[in-house]
Design a protein around this ligand. Structure first.
Ligand SMILES: [Zn+2]
Length: 441
């Protein structure tokens, strides 16, 4: 297995290359190909799959990868894990440009629930997916990424808002409109022409393309960093939840021996998961039906399997200790957190928690526990949706982090490594070691 420093280099490269869920799926596909995985397309017939390693992408932003050591017909269990590819942020509106006071500004919608204040005064770039028409009229789509800072949302000076430090609130429509460029004209340039130029730079074959539509997001152009006098922390955008996506991809790809395993990386978790590619969509179910077409065998597989739902957890913030339950205080660099909730906002139970605890122990990784205070609302993730959707025993876990949903989040530099080793152990385990025990009734 890799060393910790090599792991951090690869994690940073993965997240820096993944400014959007589209790019995360592409970076995931590249990592899988490097490990010999073969891409399948949902619209093709697959026939009988030989034992091997495969992946499927839906809507360019969600990905399922699986390894088969046995024929699917054997009914052996799957080591399953899931995470989400999307992060809260700002999405470019369909008709985005306006001119005010000589500045071209970019209209954006808020995607999910970001902390908005950290978006001000940052060097922002634009990335996403565009659809375009070739000279012959065929429809194509491509990922684009400006890669350099092209926009900024300046704060209002303290002198013009004396109460900014005590009473600031952010109007999403008025306050949150980035500056893109200056112009002497009174009407804005054509945004699609700007995109076409960028597309031509990245894809010379598309130089004469006509841009039709786009799914574009703003992102922080500052790359990830290791921070702290002794390098204890990592800071950067999208640690929630690309750190987990990377650990799933790497864990499945490097498991030894290769067993029956599956990972699902869903888009749209941050907006409720209801979409063709989200965890409440049909993606995972469709794949399981395709792999195990016989309902009895499929149910046999799922009943013996374990699903590890991986999404970052709230570490205790030293300035706000009172926001946590006093007996459940996950700390940075103390290992992945097992998340529990009496009301099933997390799908963990005593049995699935114990299984995950054993993988950590075997891997030499510490682990911690989290439960929300009774007087604060508990978040949720794809774990309960998947558990309810397919009926698989599930545990919700994730590395502890601070500043969740900020444009620049903070995590411990050791926790991703602890998580990866626990997941690699999980993907390498025997069928018996991943099965929930049953009470004698
Ligand atoms: Zn998350």
């Amino acid at each position: 297995m890799q060393q910790h420093s090599q792991y951090l280099d690869e994690l940073f490269a993965f997240i820096n290359a993944s400014p959007t869920a589209f790019h995360a799926a592409a970076a995931g596909a590249a990592l899988l190909r490097d490990h010999g995985f073969q891409r399948l397309h949902e619209a093709d017939a697959w026939g009988d799959l030989d034992p091997g390693a495969y992946f499927v992408v839906r809507n360019d932003a969600s990905l399922i990868a699986f390894t088969l050591a046995d024929s699917p017909r054997s009914g052996q269990p799957l080591r399953m894990a899931g995470a989400h590819t999307d992060s809260p942020g700002l999405k470019v509106k369909p008709n985005p440009l306006q001119v005010r006071q000589g500045c071209v500004q970019l209209g954006v919608e808020v995607y999910g629930g970001p902390l908005l204040a950290p978006w001000f005064d940052r060097d922002l770039s634009i990335a996403g997916r565009v659809s375009w028409r070739t000279g012959q009229g065929a429809l194509q789509c491509s990922l684009i990424d400006f890669k350099r800072p092209v926009a900024v949302i300046p704060s209002l000076a303290i002198h013009l808002d004396r109460e900014a430090n005590s009473k600031r609130s952010i109007d999403k429509q008025i306050d949150l409109v980035p500056l893109l460029m200056q112009t002497p004209e009174s009407s804005p340039p054509d945004f699609k022409t700007i995109l076409q130029r960028q597309l031509g730079l990245q894809h010379p074959a598309a130089a004469d393309a006509e841009i039709l539509d786009f799914d574009l997001f703003l992102y922080d152009a500052q790359p990830l960093a290791q921070v702290g006098l002794n390098g204890e922390f990592i800071t950067g955008a999208r640690l929630d939840n690309l750190l987990s996506c990377h650990a799933l991809l790497q864990g499945l790809a490097s498991a030894k021996p290769r067993r029956n395993g599956l990972i699902v990386l869903n888009d749209h978790e941050e907006v409720g998961s209801v979409s063709t590619a989200g965890a409440l969509g049909t993606f995972l179910n469709d794949m399981l039906q395709r792999l195990f077409p016989e309902p009895g065998v499929r149910q046999q597989v799922i009943a013996g399997s374990l699903f590890v739902s991986v999404d970052n957890a709230h570490a205790v913030h030293p300035n706000f200790v009172g926001k946590h339950d006093p007996e459940h205080l996950p700390q940075l660099n103390q290992g992945p957190v097992i998340k529990m909730n009496a009301n099933q906002r997390y799908a963990t139970n005593a049995l699935t928690a114990s299984l995950f605890r054993q993988f950590c122990q075997k891997a030499g990784s510490p682990c911690q526990q989290f439960v929300m205070r009774n007087d604060l609302a508990c978040g949720s993730t794809i774990g309960p949706l998947t558990a309810a959707g397919i009926g698989v025993p599930t545990v919700d876990v994730g590395v502890p982090q601070l500043a969740m949903h900020s444009i620049r989040e903070t995590a411990g530099s050791a926790d991703g490594w602890h998580l990866l080793r626990a997941l690699t152990t999980f993907f390498s385990e025997t069928d018996e070691a991943i099965r929930c025990p049953q009470a004698a009734l």
